[in-house]
Design a binder for this molecule. Structure first.
Ligand code: HEM
Length: 387
């Protein structure tokens, strides 16, 4: 029997071949290797979207994935009908108009970071730009101390990619890191309960849904999710995009010559790269996918990256085409849990690509670099560039 795995570095680097094999030969299967073990991986666009749009069967209950929490992450691990209460409270805070107000600060931050490396002729893009930018934006937004950024990044990595040799060790490390994250968040939320400031936690403590304020635990649980969602995804997306552009000078030249193309490039690269490669669910009832019967209580890994390159839906899915007419990718998910931070993410990505290409128009990968993509959220930490 064929064992499919994302573990080999060349497969993580170029997963499209594996995705296609899965869609054609094993649309519902258990992957070997680290990702997807202990769950059924679903790869066709139709099946992934159906799962994400049927939360009553494909639940987001915390049992779907182990991320060190003692309560569900809000709103990610809350199913309807309670889920909508949280989104009603949170959506206005992340609406396009709110996000537009942060753009000048984001631009200032990007320029400061680029200033530090522009004259060097080389940098590790992950360390110089992609990691510090979204982290600083996010910590400022939330009202967490930016001086503790390294500590927060280490905690986030301790959940998303813990260095562990076995599943048991992984679980232990994730739980211990989870406790530390709770401690940090509880400290901040307590402080804001005592005295409000001009930040996210203060705002959210005053939000009311149907006349009721959110509970202290709700606010901590929202913070926990933001910690993971806000510190990692934009970094990984920016890295996937720059890695592609460093290796594809014609595409890069278009952005440099015509920055108006950048928003289209972002959507196409989100589709093609799918930085959040997969999302987790657990079945709440017996069901079937692509004719395969699935028992209640089965963990499901929905391969967003495969759905976004399914030839049943996209013409030439492996071609990166900034002029693609219709681009309804699901890089931000689909259904009720569709990403809350998509407007913030798009703005950060656009500003970063605009400023970077204005200052460093002509860059490439350093000689001999074999890019290393992590699984799940596709970070590229050895993105060594020269220009
Ligand atoms: C390019 C960057 C990003 C990508 C690719 C991305 C991707 C995703 C995806 C695929 C989901 C769906 C998860 C699921 O269905 O289980 C999601 C949900 C979510 N994202 Fe993002 N995300 C990004 C940036 C952000 C940022 C900056 C924030 C910060 C606010 C954020 C906050 C959230 C939240 C709160 C949810 C849960 C929404 C819910 O359950 O209703 N994301 N994101």
């Amino acid at each position: 029997m064929t064992t499919y795995s994302l573990d080999p570095p060349e497969v993580s680097r170029h997963p499209h071949g594996l995705y296609r094999e899965l869609r054609d030969d094993a649309p519902v299967t258990e992957l070997g290797g680290r990702m997807g073990r202990g769950s059924l991986t679903v790869s066709r666009h139709e099946d992934v979207v159906a799962a994400l749009r049927t939360p009553e069967v494909f639940s987001s209950d915390p049992a779907a994935v182990d991320i060190g929490t003692v309560r569900p992450l809000v709103p990610l691990q809350v199913d309807p009908p309670h889920h909508s209460k949280h989104r009603k409270a949170l959506d206005p805070l992340f609406a396009p108009r709110q996000i537009a107000a942060y753009e000048p600060r984001v631009r200032e931050l990007v320029r400061e970071l680029i200033d530090q490396v522009a004259d060097d002729g080389h940098c590790n893009f992950h360390q110089a730009i992609a990691e510090p930018l979204p982290s600083t934006v996010f910590l400022e937004l939330l009202g967490l101390p930016v001086s503790r950024v390294d500590e927060f990044l280490a905690l986030k990595d301790g959940i998303i990619r813990p260095p562990a040799r076995s599943m048991a060790e992984r679980r232990e490390k994730v739980a211990a890191t989870g406790q530390k994250i709770y401690a940090v968040l509880e400290e901040v939320v307590e402080a804001r309960m005592a005295e409000r400031q001009d930040d996210f936690f203060s705002t959210i403590l005053d939000v009311e849904v149907a006349g009721e304020p959110l509970s202290r635990d709700d606010v901590v649980d929202i913070g926990y999710l933001f910690f993971l969602a806000g510190l990692d995804t934009v970094s990984a997306s920016l890295e996937c995009m720059i890695a592609f552009l460093a290796q594809n000078p014609d595409h890069r030249r278009r952005l440099v010559d015509d920055p108006a193309v950048i928003p289209h490039a972002i959507e196409e690269l989100l589709r093609h790269e799918s930085p959040v490669a997969a999302v987790a669910r657990i079945t709440a009832a017996d069901t079937e996918i692509s004719g395969c019967p699935i028992a209640a209580g089965t963990r499901i890994t929905a391969l967003v990256g495969s759905a976004n390159t399914d030839e049943r839906v996209w013409d030439n899915p492996h071609l990166v085409d900034f002029d693609r007419e219709s681009n309804k990718h699901i890089a931000f998910g689909a259904g009720v849990h569709r990403c809350l931070g998509s407007h913030l993410a798009r703005m950060e990505l656009r500003v970063a690509l605009e400023e970077w290409h204005a200052r460093v128009p002509d860059y490439r990968l350093a000689d001999g670099i074999e890019l290393r993509y992590s699984q799940g959220v596709r970070q590229v930490d050895n993105l060594e560039l020269v220009w």
